[in-house]
Design a protein around this ligand. Structure first.
Ligand code: FE2
Length: 223
């Protein structure tokens, strides 16, 4: 019997927390904290996050269809869809405040690392099993939660942005304790074998790599 709570605690401590530390040490966040990150690289985040957020809304819709017969997962995807519905527009609002135009969002395409991120979400939804999905979402949310604090602080301090411009980040800074508790519960209920435990850990590790890749990619592509 796998102890779900212990597994989630270990994933947080051994994979997510070191991943967040690595993300904070990247060039992107080092410069952002100092107010030296170029506007173009910040715009890159707005465009790419907008596109990714649109893609995951579609993924949640597919998850609802796929799980229409299964109440727990159907509700999970409804909840995700509902929670995330306004988030592409919040990423766009930030982008418009730093000089982007509506067309910049409609004309843009996904850079490689962001498409990998979206593709991973679709994979988890359609082909992964629920704890894999939760481990991925938990990792992603924890990392977004932490980096939102950086955008919020730097946005106010160095870039003269208003709280309205920065709404995306205040929304994503809300502690995800409730999500963590639910992930632990679901993982405890479903993870039975060492192989399944490995899938959960791998899922968290992949998401850390995807996030780190995403910010490296943003730094490179929007130079
Ligand atoms: Fe979001």
């Amino acid at each position: 019997m796998v102890d779900g709570k212990a597994l989630v605690d270990s994933v947080r401590k051994e994979i997510i927390e070191p991943g967040i530390q690595k993300l904070m040490d990247t060039q992107y966040f080092t410069e952002l904290r100092q107010g030296k990150l170029s506007i173009k690289r910040m715009q890159g985040w707005a465009i790419q996050h907008y596109l990714h957020n649109k893609a995951i809304l579609k993924s949640f819709a597919l998850g609802m269809v796929k799980n229409a017969h299964e109440p727990v997962m159907f509700d999970y995807f409804i909840e995700q869809l509902t929670e995330e519905q306004s988030h592409p527009d919040l990423a766009k609002r930030f982008g418009l405040a730093i000089g982007l135009k509506e067309e910049d969002f409609t004309e843009a395409t996904q850079m490689f690392e962001c498409q990998i991120h979206s593709a991973r979400t679709v994979y988890n939804t359609l082909m992964g099993y629920a704890p894999q999905n939760r481990a991925s979402a938990l990792t992603s949310e924890s990392m977004v939660c932490r980096y939102s604090e950086e955008f919020l602080n730097a946005g106010r301090k160095h870039y003269g942005l208003s709280d309205r411009d920065l709404t995306f980040f205040t929304v994503h800074m809300v502690a995800d304790q409730e999500h963590t508790a639910r992930s632990a519960e679901l993982i405890a209920k479903m993870v039975k074998t060492p192989r399944e435990e490995r899938l959960v850990r791998e899922s968290a590790q992949y998401m850390v790599r995807i996030k780190l890749g995403k910010f490296e990619g943003l730094y490179r592509e929007y130079a």
